[in-house]
Design a protein around this ligand. Structure first.
Ligand code: ATP
Length: 438
């Protein structure tokens, strides 16, 4: 029926006004240039699932680069062009980019029937995609705005909650789709369609994953590690024998319980205001490797070309978590908070979700929260200026004295600001014996 084929109103309801307006505007621009234009891929899938999408992936039958330039001009946005592929990227902001591709109109193929020619080039573009649910498009030209183009019954698969490849060689052609199938299956709680699952398993058995570069695996793996359902995805990779390709020599079952708790742990830390988003994939990455020998973990870091700083974080987490957990478990009278702070602060923040996931009982989680609060909120009010006012020459002694002050504060030995000043004076007097005074 007509309503099934036009999804304009669903788009208006689900997309943000910003995205909606851009789609409308792109349609008008294309009309003016005599091009046909479509939004394709993730956006169409998400709209049909009733979900917002920021993933604007345009396909132009005509000159995609020229259209991107016009769109860029209208928004004073930078446009990155790839002439070799006829693609461009309109960069509206750091996390909002529009992809524009050119679907070439091949006149020689069907000289007689122009409309057919055009949909054949869109067909080609969509046929190169991974799954039927990702291979739908929607017209943006004003007269046809919202018309669904669904050559491969993607909508039916979406309703049946199925991840299905477009053809039998799909996983062999691009093995990274094996990871993508798992990601979409678990993200939406779908099933990989039985024939597709057979093809996937066969491809894994043949070792096709050896042919993909680690760079591409890492790109896809990062996407997995920031998903809400990352734990389920990793479990599924193990189930499908893909795990050894992704994390060689890492034993999945040793980390399974911690992975399953990690999302909750991150939620808790977030509620406590203690989750700091740096590299969002790092908490899961650290949790995956925490049970491994440092050597094995470092090999994985090298495989994925992690930076020196990222690798260091992983190593510090691996070396520190056992001691940290043991100390958090100790009775308060048996461990100084300053000692705990030292151990915890040596570990990267991205390893705290894992620590929290390992601490199973709720009362010990509460204690961890109290410790974090104390440690993070107890910066002394006094700083280097005060030391300077006492007449000490700036140098390493400043840092040492302030660290000592902080430890005393953490352990609850200093109550007032005057206590802190007194402590600093005594400390500096003792360690310098007056030597570094100006
Ligand atoms: P997400 O919601 O995770 O952004 P997405 O579907 O938008 O999902 P992208 O990785 O941004 O995923 O890819 C955009 C589109 O490009 C997909 O919808 C799919 O049609 C196509 N695509 C991406 N990677 C592949 C691949 N390896 N093989 C075939 N098609 C792909």
């Amino acid at each position: 029926t007509l309503s099934r084929r036009n999804i304009g109103w669903v788009m208006q309801r689900t997309l943000s006004p910003t995205v909606w307006n851009i789609l409308k505007q792109a349609g008008k621009l294309a009309d003016g240039m005599g091009f046909k234009i479509y939004a394709a891929g993730g956006l169409v899938r998400d709209v049909l699932l009733g979900q917002e999408s920021l993933d604007v992936d345009l396909v132009v039958e005509g000159d995609g680069i020229r259209l991107a330039e016009e769109l860029g001009k209208a928004h004073r946005a930078r446009v990155r062009q790839h002439h070799k592929f006829g693609t461009a990227e309109v960069i509206l902001s750091e996390d909002f980019k529009i992809d524009v591709a050119t679907a070439r109109v091949e006149f020689y193929a069907y000289p007689a029937a122009l409309p057919q020619v055009e949909s054949s080039s869109l067909h080609q573009d969509l046929y190169r995609r991974d799954f039927t649910i990702n291979a739908m498009a929607v017209s943006l030209n004003e007269k046809k705005f919202g018309d669904l183009v669904d050559f491969f019954d993607g909508r039916e698969d979406l309703e049946q909650r199925m991840v299905r490849v477009l053809h039998n060689l799909s996983f062999v052609e691009d093995p990274i789709r094996i990871l993508r199938a798992v990601r979409f299956e678990q993200r939406y709680g779908f099933k990989i369609e039985p024939q597709t699952l057979k093809l996937l398993k066969e491809a894994v058995r043949q070792g096709v994953l050896h042919k993909v570069t680690s760079e591409r695996v890492w790109e896809e793996l990062k996407h997995i590690l920031v998903e809400a359902e990352a734990a389920k995805m990793l479990h599924r990779l193990e189930e499908l024998n893909v795990w050894p390709y992704v994390f060689p020599d890492v034993n999945y079952w040793e980390v399974d319980p911690v992975l399953k708790e990690l999302h909750n742990a991150m939620d808790l830390l977030d509620q406590w205001g203690q989750l700091q988003p740096a590299e969002r994939w790092l908490p899961y990455y650290i949790a995956v490797l925490h049970w491994s020998e440092v050597e094995v973990a470092l090999r994985v870091c090298r495989k994925y070309n992690l930076s020196k700083r990222q690798t260091e974080k992983v190593q510090l987490a691996l070396e520190g978590w056992r001691e940290a957990v043991a100390m958090i478990w100790k009775a308060p009278q048996d461990v100084k908070i300053s000692q705990l702070a030292k151990v915890l602060l040596k570990m990267p923040r991205e390893s705290y979700p894992m620590l929290l996931a390992i601490l199973e009982d709720s009362w010990i989680k509460v204690r961890f929260r109290q410790l974090l609060n104390i440690i993070m909120d107890s910066k002394p009010k006094i700083n280097g200026k005060y030391i300077k006012s006492l007449g000490y020459r700036p140098g390493p002694v400043y840092r040492e004295a302030l660290d000592a002050l902080w430890r005393e504060r953490l352990d609850g030995n200093l109550r007032t600001e005057e206590d802190e000043r007194q402590f600093l004076r005594d400390y500096l007097d003792r360690v310098t014996k007056g030597e570094s005074k100006c």
